[in-house]
Write a protein that binds this ligand. Structure first.
Ligand code: G6Q
Length: 554
């Protein structure tokens, strides 16, 4: 395995690990400005000039931020915050292979963070040479495999082509890939469908398997560690279904895993692909974790388009001027709303049905990365880290939870996402407007309504306004723009982490629950082997929970 080293980066990134957010001069400045945030509701609050001036674009996306509670002095303070924290400099070091996944002085993962290398393929001198070379090797394997599927060289035992693929994985090995597949289903190759099994709930696998002709189905088992309870359990369930149908799993099963993981056993799989320890699960959608499934569904060239879009946004994220870097600006607007205006949550509201699972992916990407309470030196944080992320597509959300966003007592900063053109271009003029126009008119109207509010003598019909929001607008949701959008949010999350001086790349907070679940499973096994077994002596609380839940009888 490759030695993780900071020497290659040419600078010591650890210098940033002592830059505590609360002691940065920009923070004091911004605190002062936050005492009287910009008023969007006044007569000149939201002018046409402001709307056209507060725009920033890259990689095919425009970020419209006139409906934020800030002015040029706050923007200057946010730029100062970015500079003082070294956010963009650290992003550059990350791309070159700095060991940023660490807590200084304590046992931690001590890893590089190189998801950007998966798409650093379009120039002669990739920033993280070795990691980009590893990405190329896996892509070449994938291209060959997909070619063999297309030509019929790889087929089922009757010589028929494979029509379906079941992607088995969880967390980072499920959410990003699934969000991308659903986002890009309009670009599927004819006769190819993908299904997902993630939950250890047996009904998840049963429901997916029920509708499939297994003889024409591939199963893609995705686990970086090769040891995740849910994925290994589901793999066994699916293998059993194949065996029951008289099919050889080895002829149908693919693996995506880490080198030397328990799943790294090519004997058991038709093909094995690798991902590497320098790619975190929630940042892995553009590695083989997403690429194998997406290649089956969309074809190899469309996978490259996703990578191309992501790469362009990665490059834009290295721009130090926040007015030219949408990822940095989005990160800083989030910090303004969260740390200075005190808003605890962010709603991601895509006006695109295809982005139906994108908020779920961002929930993981953001909350698992930035839901932290210690600095990168292991000290308790004296400031807020990541907010609560949630969301659903509009216009559906308008008929559900938008009431609270408009008139509730909690202020919810919103991030709207939309596209000027639809994916299928199948639309009709009904009552003088197309459906796409109706969709976009609603998006823009919601943004205005939240910002400006409405005066009314009837208190129940009053809208306070001043509810901050941004709009991210692209031309059309394509593999390229989806790659750019994904990379934009990944960059937003890591830039925020750099500014908060937290480690956005580990997830220790998921361990305790896993450990306790293992202990409870041990009690099921104990009881199965011995009807007299009682866990009360060794695990009083766990046993009491099992009893209260009615799962053991004494
Ligand atoms: C993501 C997390 C986590 C992980 C899953 C699946 O950053 O580490 O969500 O992706 O636990 O892990 P495996 O891919 O190892 O099965």
């Amino acid at each position: 395995m490759r030695q993780a080293t900071n020497a290659a980066v040419g600078e010591d990134c650890a210098v940033y690990f002592s830059r505590d957010f609360s002691r940065l001069p920009a923070v004091a400045l911004l605190k002062g400005l936050a005492a009287k945030p910009y008023d969007l509701t006044g007569p000149a609050g939201l002018s046409p000039e402001r709307i056209s001036a507060y725009r920033c674009g890259a990689a095919g996306f425009d970020l419209l931020y006139a409906c934020q509670r800030l002015d040029d002095s706050v923007l200057a303070g946010l730029q100062q915050l970015a500079d003082e924290s070294g956010a963009v400099a650290q992003f550059g070091m990350m791309k070159k292979g700095a060991v940023l996944n660490r807590i200084v002085g304590f046992a931690s993962e001590e890893r590089q963070v190189l998801h950007t290398a998966c798409r650093d393929l379009f120039s002669d001198s990739p920033q993280a040479g070795e990691a980009a070379a590893e990405a190329r090797t896996e892509l070449a394997k994938l291209r060959e495999f997909l070619g063999e599927l297309d030509s019929g060289k790889i087929a089922n035992s009757k010589g028929e082509v494979f029509t379906d693929l079941v992607h088995v994985g969880i967390g980072g090995s499920d959410l990003g890939p699934r969000a991308l597949y659903l986002a890009l289903a309009a670009f599927r190759q004819k006769g190819r469908r993908v299904h997902f099994i993630s939950n250890v709930d047996p009904d998840d696998a049963a429901a997916v398997l029920a509708g499939l002709d297994l003889s024409r189905t591939l199963v893609n088992v995705v686990s970086k560690s090769g040891s995740t309870l849910e994925t290994l359990t589901n793999e066994e369930l699916v293998r059993a279904a194949f065996a029951k149908a008289g099919l050889k799993p080895k002829d149908h099963f693919l693996a995506v895993t880490g080198k030397h993981s328990p799943m790294d056993n090519p004997e058991r799989y038709l093909r094995s692909f690798y991902m590497f320890d320098y790619i975190g699960g929630r940042y892995s959608a553009t590695s083989m974790v997403g690429a194998v499934m997406l290649g089956f569904a969309l074809g190899y060239d469309q996978v490259l388009e996703i990578l191309r879009g992501a790469n362009e946004m990665d490059q834009a994220a290295e721009e130090p001027d926040l007015k030219k870097n949408p990822a940095l600006l989005l990160a800083l607007l989030g910090i303004w709303n969260h740390n200075f205006l005190g808003h605890q949550t962010v709603a991601i509201l895509p006006y695109s049905q295809a982005l139906v699972r994108f908020a779920a992916h961002l929930q993981q990407c953001d909350m698992e990365s930035n839901g932290k309470s210690v600095t990168r030196q292991g000290k308790d944080l004296a400031w807020q880290s990541g907010p609560i992320i949630w969301g659903e597509p509009g216009t559906n959300g308008q008929h559900a939870f938008y009431q609270l966003i408009h008139q509730g007592t909690v202020i919810v900063p919103a991030e709207f996402i939309g596209f000027r053109h639809s994916q299928y271009q199948s639309d009709l003029l009904i009552k003088e407007s197309t459906s796409q126009e109706k969709l976009l008119a609603n998006l823009l109207a919601q943004s205005l309504a939240l910002a400006t509010g409405q005066v009314n003598d009837n208190p129940n019909k009053r809208f306070a306004g001043n509810r901050p929001n941004v709009i991210l607008l692209g031309e059309r949701l394509t593999p390229y723009s989806m790659g750019a959008l994904l990379a934009l949010y990944e960059a937003k999350v890591v830039l925020q982490g750099f500014i908060w001086n937290i480690n956005s790349f580990d997830q220790e907070g998921v361990q305790l629950g896993k450990k306790l679940a293992d202990r409870l499973l041990g009690h099921f096994a104990g009881r199965r082997n011995d009807p007299q077994y009682s866990g009360a002596d060794r695990d009083e609380l766990g046993w009491a929970m099992l009893q209260a839940a009615g799962l053991v009888d004494k």
